[in-house]
Every structure is written in C-alpha cells, then in structure tokens.
Design a protein around this ligand. Structure first.
Ligand SMILES: NC(=O)c1ccc[n+]([C@@H]2O[C@H](COP(=O)([O-])OP(=O)(O)OC[C@H]3O[C@@H](n4cnc5c(N)ncnc54)[C@H](OP(=O)(O)O)[C@@H]3O)[C@@H](O)[C@H]2O)c1
Length: 360
C-alpha cells in the first residue's frame, strides 16, 4: 500500500488521551495531519485540553476530538470515516490495578478486533499502526543477549508453564505480553486478508519523556517511578536489571514516519528502545542522571540490596539489551538523548504538580 500523507486526508488515533497516544497526536499534527483524536470522555479536560491546545500552535496539522469506546463494536465507525490511517494506541492498561489480567487480555484482543472492523468498514484506510510493546519481543534469554524485531515473546515457550493461556487470570505480566503477541498477529492477518490496508507495529519498552496531562502519571508507570525518586523515595521497579529507555516523543514521531514511509509494509515491527548503551542503564545510573539534572533535589534510588548484587555479580543483570536501529535506519528516526528524556520527565512531573520534590 502507498504511504499516507497529510494531503490524502485525516488520520485517526485511538487512546489519544493517553501518555503514548497524546504524543502520537502531537507528532502527526507537527507533520501536518488532520487528526481524529479518539477519547472515551469528551467532558474530562485532563483528557482533552492538551490535545485541543495543539490547535493554538502554528502547526500545519489540526486536532478534532471524537468519542469512542474500544469495548463497543462499531464505536469507531464515525471517528474513522474519511480517514486514511488508524494509529491504534489505546488499550485497557493495568496501571494501579485499574484492570485485572483478564480485562487486560480480553480488552486488548476485543478492542483491537473492534477497531480493525471499523477500519475495514469505512473503506478508506490505507495503513494501520498498532502500538504493541517490547513485551511482545522479550523472552527469557541469557544476560547480554541483544533482542531484535525477529524475536517474539512466544519463542521457545511451547513447554514453558509460565507462558500459557491457562494463566491469564493470575499473571498480569504474562497476560499483557500474550495480548501484545496475539494482537500483532491479529492485525497483520486481518490486514493481509482485507487487502485494503497494511498493518505495522511499534514495540516500545521503557517509555519516558514529557507528560502532557496530569493523567499521564499512572501509578506504577515508569514515569511514576521517576516521580518517586524526585520525591526522595526508593525506586522498587526493575532495579535488578536495566531500564532500556525510549523517549515518548520518539514513540510518537516513529509512528508519523511509519505513515509516510515508502518502505514500511504489512507485518513490519519496530522495536522502540535505547539508541545505544547510553539508554540501557540501571536505576543507580537513572538516579545519578537525575542528581545532575536536578541538583537541588535529594533524589531517591534503588533499595540498598542493589549494592550486594553489584558486589556479588559485578553489575545488575545486563538485560534487556535492544536498540532502535531499524527505526533509525528505515524510518530516519532521530532520537532524544537520555539526559533530555529524563530531564523532561522530571520537569513536567514537577510543573504539573504531580511531585513534591525532596529539596535538600
Ligand atoms: N508507557 C509505556 O511504557 C509503554 C510501553 C510499551 C507499550 N506501551 C503501549 O502504549 C499504549 C498506550 O499506553 P500508555 O502507557 O500511554 O497508557 P495510558 O496513558 O493509560 O493510555 C491508554 C489509553 O487507552 C485508552 N483506553 C483504555 N480503555 C479504553 C476503552 N475501553 N475505550 C477507549 N479507550 C480506552 C485510554 O483512554 P481513556 O483516557 O479514555 O481512559 C488511554 O488513552 C498501550 O497499548 C501500551 O501497551 C506503553
């Protein structure tokens, strides 16, 4: 299918109010697209104001808001009408136990099927971009393994009891990864069978960078843990291994580039992760960056046990290693530096009043 450009017509974004979805909208508007931004609740200013404010800038694109629900069939028929692409970033997430593992899995699958059906029905869609996750790539491998888009979370799991549909109700992490793997296959197969549009995916990993709304601070999200550190608290998340960090602005930009790409075709996936080893860092290194970037704050760090781990093994577990080489080479994605990403995360958390910094 040919690339989609702003002159073709509007494009639609599901989950447009969310952290990732909002940055997809920003990137598209900067590229000059008219964006049908789909949110559930048009009456919640925390979900809509930052999107409508984009129309006050001098961007060549424009945002129009639509209301739709992933869990209702046909809900996207109206928002997708006249659109040339769908960027499907919405899904019921588990932040702060908002949804249980079954709701995460079923919501992803049923929501994606509903969106695909609407995309097919309107008849004008040429490209479909699915926000998958690095969870669909990552699978148990030895320390030091470099993941690429050829990897699937389902690889070598035939006899692995930890990877089973029977465990969806009890294991949210597995349910999320399985949902992402299954949804990717669903969108590629659906697109191929429909013959109407190509489908491709992005697989982001640890997403950080500027928050645009107070609602982008979801409890237990990566950005929430950065906020905890700026509040001087201990960071309990993934301190035994590496944070492999991608900027949320790069996750948005990559998707705009995918629409306009003449190379991107059905089944393509782009892992969105660190540019290089500078973005693959332990929580201790995240803390060190934050201390430099916010010198007046007494920044919290990982639990003390990390020092015992480092003493015993020399370093934290060197995983997951992965670089966004394909997105940079094929799409021409230019990535943000890790210092910029961490600074903007912290600054916006503070500016939005989401964190009370632990000033020295
Ligand atoms: N953040 C990360 O580190 C990360 C990493 C890898 C992949 N991802 C993927 O990125 C996507 C967005 O995640 P996020 O971190 O940006 O989460 P988020 O801020 O919670 O965004 C989720 C979005 O989904 C929408 N949504 C949920 N249930 C819905 C429903 N029933 N109907 C319509 N919309 C619904 C929400 O809309 P409402 O505002 O209406 O609730 C929200 O806009 C997800 O697919 C996630 O798997 C995120």
């Amino acid at each position: 299918m040919p690339a989609v450009t702003p002159s073709d017509g509007p494009v639609a974004v599901t989950g447009a109010s969310g952290y990732v979805g909002s940055h997809v909208v920003v990137a598209l508007v900067k590229h000059g697209f008219t964006v049908h931004a789909c949110v559930r609740d048009l009456n919640n200013p925390d979900k809509t104001n930052h999107l409508l404010d984009l129309n006050k800038n001098n961007y060549s694109g424009h945002v129009e808001l639509f209301s739709a629900n992933l869990l209702e069939a046909d809900s996207y028929d109206t928002p997708f009408t006249d659109c040339y692409a769908v960027l499907h970033a919405g899904t019921p997430m588990g932040y702060g136990r908002a949804n249980n593992p079954r709701q995460i899995y079923d919501g992803a699958i049923n929501g994606t099927k509903n969106v695909l059906n609407s995309a097919k029905k309107v008849g004008t869609i040429k490209r479909f971009i699915y926000t998958s996750s690095f969870a669909a790539i990552h699978h148990p491998m030895k320390s030091g393994y470099l993941f690429t888009e050829k990897d699937w979370a389902s690889d070598n799991r035939e006899n692995d009891p930890n990877w089973s549909v029977d465990r969806i109700d009890e294991d949210g992490v597995m349910a999320y990864a399985m949902a992402k793997v299954d949804c990717e296959h669903i969108v590629y197969d659906f697109a191929e069978k429909s013959g109407q549009f190509d489908a491709a995916s992005v697989c982001p990993i640890v997403v950080l960078g500027p928050l645009l709304s107070r609602l982008h601070e979801r409890v237990y999200s990566w950005q929430w843990f950065v906020g905890q550190m700026l509040a001087g608290k201990t960071c309990e998340r993934e301190w035994k291994s590496l944070w492999n960090i991608v900027d949320v602005r790069d996750v948005g930009e990559a998707q705009a580039l995918m629409l306009e790409s003449t190379v991107c075709k059905n089944g393509n996936r782009y892992q969105l992760c660190a540019t290089d080893e500078l973005g693959e860092i332990s929580v201790l290194q995240v803390q060190a960056h934050l201390k430099k970037l916010f010198p007046k704050i007494d920044v919290g760090g990982p639990p003390e046990e990390i020092h015992k781990t480092i003493e015993k093994y020399g370093a934290v577990y060197q995983a997951p290693l992965a670089h966004c080489d394909r997105a940079r080479k094929e799409l021409g994605l230019k990535t943000h530096a890790i210092e910029d990403t961490l600074y903007e995360t912290g600054k916006t958390l503070i500016d939005l009043g989401l964190v009370e910094p632990a000033f020295k």
